[in-house]
Design a protein around this ligand. Structure first.
Ligand SMILES: [Ca+2]
Ligand SMILES: [Ca+2]
Ligand SMILES: [Ca+2]
Length: 206
């Protein structure tokens, strides 16, 4: 019985090790179809996508259950203005939060480092939110936190959750790719193939 238990443990350890080694980097893209992500580039200045201080909103990523070491959240935003606003207003600051299951509260990840009148990504390290990622990471944006009237607005095209540095798609709106289950990166499938081939070779020569 003891030997059997030991064997089971060994097999499960080996299995765990193998799946950790061969876990593919994954990408989950949330975009148009969820919340207020823009449907296309021409809608970037339109309501309800171009949003002001009192139009904060949230969304949730699809759960990624494959093991991973690191995770990155990249948010594609349009028109983050870094100008000084005329007094008594303040420059545009948009804070991104992730929901922590452990703390049962929203925790700030940082601010959008975007560009005026252009699409660009801001990337946050979310490796510490493993449980949240495995159950569906919740994200929210607090828009123009320093002003109490409509001064600055921002549009979002994509929220990209990537594991182990899988590369995100381009930041521009691309609604031809619908929101879907997390998909492995094409490049890593090649790597996995090479890894399996190496294993087979090693077995042959043993
Ligand atoms: Ca706000
Ligand atoms: Ca602007
Ligand atoms: Ca703006």
């Amino acid at each position: 019985m003891r030997i059997l238990a030991g064997l089971c443990l060994m097999v499960s350890l080996m299995w765990g090790g193998a799946s950790a080694v061969f876990a593919l980097p994954m990408v989950d893209v949330q975009e148009y179809g969820t919340g207020f992500f823009v449907p296309d580039d021409t809608s970037k200045y339109d309501s309800p996508y171009y949003r002001y201080f009192d139009q904060d909103w949230e969304w949730q990523h699809t759960a990624i259950t494959d093991p991973f070491f690191n995770a990155q959240l990249s948010i594609s935003s349009f028109d983050v203005d870094d100008f000084l606003a005329p007094p008594p207003h303040f420059p545009e600051t948009n804070v991104v939060y992730a929901f922590s299951i452990l703390l049962n509260d929203w925790m700030p990840l940082g601010t959008l480092q975007g560009t005026p009148d252009a699409w660009s990504y801001t990337t946050f390290d979310v490796s510490h939110l493993m449980l949240e990622i495995m159950t569906g990471l919740r994200i929210k944006i607090d828009i123009d936190v320093n002003n109490v009237e409509s001064v600055w607005a921002v549009s979002l095209a994509k929220s990209v959750l990537a594991t182990d540095f899988a590369s995100p798609p381009t930041p521009e709106p691309n609604p031809t790719v619908p929101p879907s289950a997390p998909v492995p990166e094409p490049g890593t499938i090649l790597l996995l193939g090479a890894g399996l081939a190496a294993l087979t070779l090693r077995k042959k020569f043993k």
